[in-house]
Each structure stands twice: as C-alpha cells, then as structure tokens.
Design a protein around this ligand. Structure first.
Ligand SMILES: [Zn+2]
Length: 124
C-alpha cells in the first residue's frame, strides 16, 4: 500500500495535508477525540505491513473476518486502534510491546459486533 492511496482514502485530511504548516501547529489530544492525521496515516502503513507479512501470526485471518464485515478501510481502522492501544499500554506500563495483546485485541474486534472505531478507545 502506498501513502498516496492512503491519503485518497482520507478525504477528511486533504485540507490539512495541503496546509502542513497549520497542521503541524494544530493540537490533536485524546480529549479532542481526533487522532493526529500523521500518526493515523503512519499506523495505516504499519498495519498494512502487519497484514502482508501476517505478523503477529493469525493477524491476517482476523483481518479477513473483519473486512468481510465492515470493509477494507474500517477493518484496517480496527487494526490500527488495536495497535495504538497496545503501544499506549506498553508505554504506560513499561511493558514490552505485546504482540499477543495486539492479536487478542484484533480477534476481539473480529468477533464483536461493535463498530471498529469503538474497539481501542478504552483508555481515552
Ligand atoms: Zn484511516
């Protein structure tokens, strides 16, 4: 997946990306409920890589389940929320990045009927 394709999938960021000076000054706090667009896009690239190499093992099949229910982009968002959540927990608790925690989260998302964007928000 290329960054340009990703940007096309996010029309809500176009104005921002055309005006990077303003974008950089803008605050994206958890309280605002809006993920930093640059973080969002870079996490997209990371989860696309995770799926393509099936890392952690089992992630790809969980993603297939998800995308058959909610589509490619929203399925990717669930992965992204889980990755964000796992990184956040690792930073907060000083734990090693848990591949298992990440996979568990994605499997929960795949099995649940909740909207993908509600999955990783426990810490907000
Ligand atoms: Zn997205």
């Amino acid at each position: 997946m290329k960054a340009a394709d990703l940007i096309l999938q996010h029309p809500e960021y176009h104005a921002l990306l055309e005006d990077p000076a303003t974008a950089i000054e803008q605050e994206f706090s958890p309280e605002s409920g809006q993920m930093n667009p640059f973080l969002h896009l870079s996490l997209h690239l990371t989860v696309a890589e995770q799926v393509s190499i099936d890392q952690p093992p089992g992630l790809r099949s969980a993603y297939q389940t998800l995308r058959s229910r909610v589509g490619d982009h929203e399925g990717a968002h669930a992965l992204l929320e889980c990755l964000d959540e796992t990184i956040w927990r690792a930073e907060r608790h000083g734990q090693a990045m848990g591949a298992n925690a990440d996979l568990e989260c994605v499997r929960r998302a795949a099995a649940s009927s909740a909207a993908p964007w509600q999955i990783g928000r426990a810490h907000v």
